[in-house]
Design a protein around this ligand. Structure first.
Ligand SMILES: Cc1cc2nc3c(=O)[nH]c(=O)nc-3n(C[C@H](O)[C@H](O)[C@H](O)COP(=O)(O)OP(=O)(O)OC[C@H]3O[C@@H](n4cnc5c(N)ncnc54)[C@H](O)[C@@H]3O)c2cc1C
Ligand SMILES: NC(=O)c1ccc[n+]([C@@H]2O[C@H](COP(=O)([O-])OP(=O)(O)OC[C@H]3O[C@@H](n4cnc5c(N)ncnc54)[C@H](O)[C@@H]3O)[C@@H](O)[C@H]2O)c1
Length: 461
């Protein structure tokens, strides 16, 4: 097998983590090689964050019209062409891929289109369409991401039972859509396909939808989706989901059958960690089976000497911005620019659609579970002029306090994700009420609800 020029930094995977690691490495003057088996941009650009937001953005007007129609201020219906939307989405995504390739080339990163099929100490085998070669490396960053979780009782089959990637490719709106899993993916798709006109049945095995969020957030999500006409059921046990006679049939453990034209399975992710050689290098795995083996990393995101694992594949935080942040730290650590342990601070998490959710820092119940005594202050969005103008007054902003400082912000409602950066600053800097009082917020704005929540009376959390 031929050996190519050695790399200071070999990066496996060209999603947000891999691309940002490569740019950071090149900026520090490291010889950087990025190997990507499929498409630059990874899950985020090609089948995750970006395509879903193109569809949400394009269909937002339908949601706004429906809200104003409920007030009898407007009437009518917007008819979308999903085929045209797909063309636009694909054009935007491929344009961004081209731009990414150009940025990497300009930065001096060598991109290998191929799959890393073995990692040995100091070298990796890359299989490319032209044959295999080996890349000698000093440091390796594994940024191989994740894929949809699959369970035998509800395995996507590409016919009526789909995963999120296949659903993103539909060119015709199904008349009805079952969604199993009401987490980040399930909720975003519920909103997209509801706006496009599909009848939605949203199911979750947990006792409430969006179970990772505050229970009051789940309540607002349930009420709003139900008011829009979606069927929302939590605490269900799925016995089987399969394609029968061309459509999706879901059987609950109670024996009840639910039928729909299509079904989406969105019940979490599995890591792409099955690269031969890793175990021999001392890499350890977390999880309960080979397909669920998240790569274990230490406080420096090292999985083994000179081998980092960042982004989804280490299972810490399955978010694009978290992946990029970890990646840039790993490069700085490898280059000797930092020896401190990785400490990301508060990581904002949002679910998009309408309503949106925002969570930064700690929820009061998490702090209370650690024996701490948090306080909370909150306001409803009903009094906010922007929420009123958009006829979207359901929701709230809640601030969690610990020892007089902001420890967390959680919110639900139309447009609340846009408060994410400010909320992250408030949490990371441990703002006090006095600090908040000195900040000027533009008027009128949804952010004023965050200000009002900061200044509202506190109670025990
Ligand atoms: C539908 C959906 C919507 C999402 N929306 C959001 C959102 O709004 N905001 C957000 O923050 N996150 C969102 N996410 C999550 C986000 O996409 C991921 O957290 C993010 O992409 C993780 O980045 P990564 O670089 O770790 O991995 P990935 O983006 O998964 O990239 C990994 C790359 O590695 C490549 N690869 C794998 N194995 C090999 C190998 N052996 N050799 C070479 N290459 C390999 C893969 O082809 C892939 O391109 C969404 C995810 C989905 C599925
Ligand atoms: N807006 C965003 O930032 C965004 C959007 C999409 C995805 N993501 C990331 O992608 C990851 C994966 O998203 P996801 O929605 O697949 O996972 P998730 O963990 O967010 O939600 C999965 C849901 O499926 C439910 N579930 C699990 N097994 C089930 C079963 N057998 N029957 C019924 N329900 C079941 C869970 O209770 C949970 O509510 C998330 O962790 C998130 O970090 C982020």
């Amino acid at each position: 097998m031929t050996s190519v020029d050695p790399a200071d930094l070999l990066i496996v995977g060209g999603g947000p983590a891999g691309v940002d690691a490569a740019l950071a490495g090149a900026a520090l003057g490291l010889q950087t090689v990025l190997v990507e088996a499929a498409e630059l941009g990874g899950t985020c650009l090609n089948r995750g964050c970006i395509p879903t937001k193109v569809l949400l953005g394009a269909t937002d007007a339908a949601d706004e019209l429906a809200a104003q129609s409920r007030l009898k201020l407007a009437e009518g219906r917007i008819i979308f062409s999903l085929a045209a939307l797909q063309t636009r989405k694909d054009r935007l995504v491929s344009g961004s891929r081209t731009a990414l390739a150009a940025t990497l080339a300009k930065a001096g990163v060598r991109v290998d289109a191929g799959r890393v099929t073995r990692i040995s100490p100091g070298s990796a085998r890359v299989d490319t369409p032209k044959g295999p070669h080996s890349v000698p490396y000093r440091f390796c960053i594994l940024a191989t991401g994740s894929r949809p979780a699959v369970y035998p009782s509800m395995a996507p089959d590409g016919r009526a039972v789909l995963d999120s990637t296949a659903l993103l490719g539909l060119t015709q709106v199904p008349e009805s859509l079952i969604i199993v899993g009401a987490g980040a993916i399930g909720l975003e798709f519920a909103d997209i396909f509801h706006r496009l006109g599909a009848k939605i049945v949203l199911l979750d095995g947990a006792e409430r939808i969006a179970p990772a969020e505050d229970p009051d957030v789940s309540k607002v999500l349930t009420q709003t989706l139900t008011r829009k006409g979606c069927v929302v059921r939590a605490g269900v046990r799925v016995k089987k989901l399969a394609t029968v006679d061309g459509h999706a049939v879901l059987t609950l453990d109670t024996g009840e059958d639910i039928h729909a034209e299509k079904a989406l399975v969105a019940v979490g992710r599995f890591p792409n960690s099955d690269i031969p050689g890793l175990a021999d290098l001392g890499v350890r795995f977390l999880g309960d089976g080979p397909s669920r083996a998240w790569i274990d990393v230490n406080d420096h995101l090292l999985a083994a000497p000179n081998i980092y694992a960042v982004g989804d594949v280490n299972g810490r935080t399955l978010l694009a911005h978290a992946a990029s942040h970890q990646a840039c730290y790993a490069v700085r650590h490898a280059a000797g620019k930092t020896a401190a342990p990785y400490e990301p601070g508060a990581i904002p998490g949002c679910i998009y659609g309408n309503p949106e959710t925002l969570r930064v820092g700690r929820l009061s119940r998490e702090l209370a579970a650690h024996g701490l005594e948090p306080e909370v202050s909150e306001v409803q969005l009903a009094a906010n002029p922007m929420a009123q103008a958009h006829a979207a007054t359901a929701g709230f902003v809640r601030v969690t306090w610990l020892d007089g400082r902001v420890a967390g912000v959680t919110a639900v409602g139309r447009g609340v994700a846009a408060m994410g950066t400010l909320a992250t600053l408030l949490v990371n800097q441990g703002f006090t009420r006095d600090d908040a009082e000195h900040l000027i917020f533009p008027h009128p704005g949804l952010d004023e609800s965050l200000r009002a929540a900061l200044l509202a009376g506190r109670k025990k959390g």
